[in-house]
Design a protein around this ligand. Structure first.
Ligand code: ADP
Ligand code: ADP
Ligand code: ZN
Length: 215
C-alpha cells in the first residue's frame, strides 16, 4: 500500500503514521525527520535546509524530490510506504507521480487529517519526543505512563523541536495553506482523497483511518 498522510503542521501525521507502520508493515517516510537527521549529521542537504527549517519555510522542491526518489527505491519500500510530510507542493506531487509511474506503480490513498487551527497551536506547543527512540508525546494529550520515562524504550531524555514555537508556527501554517492545501483539490480530482476528522482521540482517529484503508 502506498499512502500519503496530508495535513497541517501538528495535525497528527507522525502520530498516526507510527500506528499504521505497525498495522500494515510498511515504513513511514517522514521528510521532516530525514531533514532533521541531515542537519544533525551536517550533510550538504542539512547545511542547505537548516536555516529554511528554522524559519518555518519550505525546503526546495529539487532537494525534496531527490530525497524521496532515492528513498522509495530502497528495498523496504517494495511493498509500500507511508509518506508523512511529502509532497508539500504541487510540483512535488507531480514529481512523485512521475517517480511512481517510472517504477510501474502508483498511489493507493491520500488521507487528509482535518484539524482546527487552534488545536494545531495547542498540539505543537506541547509536542516533545523521546531523544533516544523518537516516540512522540504531548504535555497534556499524550504523557508517558510513568512521568519522565519513555513508554517505548525507557529513556529519560526528551527533546523539543526548535521550530515548534508560536512565531515559526505562523510561517509554517502560512506555507501550509498557500503551498500544501492545494494538494487537497489535486488528489480529490485524482479520486484518491479520503478526508478524516482529526479532532478526536488519537485511537479513534487511527480506527477511522484503518476503516478507510481496509474498505
Ligand atoms: P504532525 O506530524 O502532523 O506534525 P504529530 O503527530 O507530531 O503531528 O502531533 C503533534 C502533537 O500533537 C504531538 O505532541 C502529538 O502527541 C499530539 N497529538 C497527535 N494527535 C493528537 C490527537 N488526536 N489529539 C491530541 N493530541 C494529539
Ligand atoms: P510538521 O510538524 O510541520 O508536519 P515536518 O517535520 O514535516 O513538520 O517538517 C519540518 C520542516 O521540514 C518544514 O517546516 C520544512 O521546512 C521542512 N520540510 C519537511 N518536508 C518538506 C517538504 N516535503 N518540502 C519542503 N520542506 C519540507
Ligand atoms: Zn524512547
Amino acid at each position: 500500500m502506498r499512502l500519503i498522510l496530508l495535513g497541517p503542521p501538528g495535525a497528527g501525521k507522525g502520530t498516526q503514521a507510527k500506528f499504521l507502520v505497525d498495522s500494515y508493515g510498511i515504513p513511514q517516510l517522514s521528510t521532516g525527520d530525514m531533514l532533521r537527521e541531515a542537519v544533525a549529521a551536517g550533510t550538504e542537504v542539512g547545511r542547505k535546509a537548516k536555516a529554511v527549517m528554522d524559519a518555518g519555510k519550505l525546503v526546495s522542491d529539487d532537494i525534496m524530490n531527490a530525497i524521496i526518489d532515492e528513498r522509495i527505491g530502497k528495498e523496504d519500500c517494495a511493498r509500500g510506504f507511508i509518506l508523512d510530510g511529502f509532497p508539500r507542493t504541487l510540483e512535488q506531487a507531480d514529481a512523485l507521480g512521475d517517480m511512481l509511474q517510472r517504477r510501474g506503480s502508483g498511489l493507493d490513498h491520500v488521507v487528509c487529517l482535518e484539524v482546527d487551527d487552534d488545536a494545531l497551536v495547542e498540539r505543537i506547543s506541547g509536542r516533545y519526543t523521546c531523544a533516544n527512540c523518537g516516540e512522540g508525546y504531548h504535555d497534556s494529550f499524550k504523557k508517558p505512563a510513568s512521568e519522565g520515562v519513555c513508554d517505548r524504550c525507557g529513556s529519560t531524555e526528551f527533546k523539543r523541536r526548535k521550530d515548534d514555537n508560536p512565531e515559526t508556527l505562523k510561517t509554517r501554517l502560512f506555507a501550509y495553506y498557500k503551498d500544501t492545501a492545494p494538494l487537497i483539490g489535486y488528489y480529490h480530482a485524482k479520486g484518491l482523497l479520503k478526508r478524516i476528522d482529526g479532532m478526536g482521540d488519537i485511537g479513534d482517529i487511527t480506527a477511522a483511518i484503518r476503516k478507510v484503508l481496509d474498505s
